[in-house]
Design a protein around this ligand. Structure first.
Ligand SMILES: [Zn+2]
Length: 394
């Protein structure tokens, strides 16, 4: 199998051992799962299905960021405890993942339950001279880590621009370098806090994933994923602190998904242009949602149109009819090409085209009685169980 590696900027062989350690950054549970999230998690789900098809065991860790700079203000705005908000939204997220029939996770660490490990990691970084403390806020000093920038490959100006947009504070006068980032900070009066050598406070965003990844999968993982908006600063900072603390390679392969737009611009909470999985599931079979997302290559940025779901529902109906046909054409060439497409940088659109072509061929007859079984197997490999008939569109 070959996959694009963000750090190497090339499609390279992905050849893990029998057990694949995969960490995908999870949700901050303060709002519902939208199609951008679904697109990301279904991409890794497709990869997992193909890896399992080849014979690998996959240990997927997908965390829940239940304490960070975005959930606390939202809980304050709603006047509820942040853990209450997190529990409700996490339950909704689980419901969406079940509806979309994703493969189970090996572990789903919640950030609030791993704070002691985060503190340990910051202590290690402190002992090794990678941090400085300004009145209880502990910063990572990027000048102590030579290969900062190796994940994103961005120049300094771009890194500063993205840091400002995505949770960093390059203008903070307490920082020695605009790209330094927070490992630990004092909590505001109404915010949760934990004890640490630097006073009561809470962890920075990036250290959470570094500590949870180490705690669940060990120092080195085979593949780290997430949306392309996490390349910088989140994943760049994760790598810097993990490698500085652990003294070894953090991630062998970096894989990122493109962004989904709606109404002309990237789906985002602040703009309110979100399409929620739970809402779409009310009018469409969740398998059709999956098929609709598979029409786009994982690395591309693309736009969702309301009519996309109708086209996908039509395909789901056609696949279901074909799966119940008595026979069809020889399915093996389709199966070979479908698997080859997945192995070629997870080319979901090409795989989907093979599935659709086989269904078309079956609807035109043939004499191979294995065709319906193989079609069902190939659909399942793509995450679509054709056992039940499609739910009607409202
Ligand atoms: Zn993360």
């Amino acid at each position: 199998m070959q996959l694009f590696d963000t750090a190497r900027q090339a499609v390279v062989p992905f050849e893990p051992g029998p057990e694949v350690k995969m960490y995908v950054c999870g949700i901050t549970p303060y709002d519902s799962t939208h199609l951008g999230h679904a697109n990301t998690y279904l991409t890794y789900d497709l990869l997992i299905r193909r890896l399992e098809d080849i014979g690998h065991t996959v240990k997927l860790v997908r965390n829940i960021t239940d304490v960070d700079d975005s959930i606390l203000p939202k809980a304050r705005e709603l006047g509820i405890d942040f853990l209450e908000l997190a529990a409700a939204e996490t339950a909704r997220f689980h419901g969406d993942m079940v509806a979309l029939d994703t493969r189970p996770v090996f572990n789903e660490p919640h950030a609030t339950q791993w704070v002691a490990e985060m503190v340990e990691m910051v202590k290690t970084l402190d002992e090794q001279g990678h941090v400085y403390n300004v009145d209880g806020t502990v910063f990572f000093d990027v000048s102590t880590f030579d290969s900062f920038g190796a994940v994103s490959g961005y120049d300094e100006a771009t890194m500063i621009e993205y840091a400002a947009e995505r949770g960093g504070h390059p203008d903070d006068p307490r920082q020695r370098n605009p790209l330094d980032f927070i490992l630990w900070q004092p909590s505001l009066e109404d915010e949760p806090s934990w004890p640490s050598p630097w006073g009561h406070g809470r962890p920075g965003w990036h250290i959470e994933c570094s500590a949870m990844s180490k705690g669940t999968l060990g120092d080195t993982i085979d593949l780290h994923g997430g949306g392309s908006d996490l390349i910088f600063p989140h994943h760049e900072c994760e790598r810097a602190q993990s490698e500085a603390a652990n003294g070894t390679t953090f991630v062998t392969h970096w894989m990122h998904c493109g962004m989904v737009a709606y109404e002309g611009t990237k789906m985002s909470k602040s703009l309110g242009n979100l399409v929620f999985v739970s809402e779409l599931s009310k009018i469409a079979d969740p398998r059709a949602i999956r098929l609709a997302l598979m029409r786009h290559h994982y690395r591309s940025d693309w736009e969702w149109f309301d009519g996309d779901i109708d086209a996908a529902a039509e395909l789901l109906g056609r696949l279901h009819v074909a799966a119940n046909a008595p026979d069809g054409p020889d399915p093996e060439p389709y199966a070979e090409r479908l698997r080859a497409a997945l192995d070629d940088d997870l080319d979901a659109p090409a795989a989907l085209a093979e599935l659709s072509a086989l269904a078309d061929g079956m609807n035109h007859g043939g004499s191979d009685e294995s065709a319906p079984t193989i079609l069902r197997e190939l659909a399942a490999l793509c995450g679509v169980d054709l056992t039940a008939p499609p739910a009607p569109l409202d």
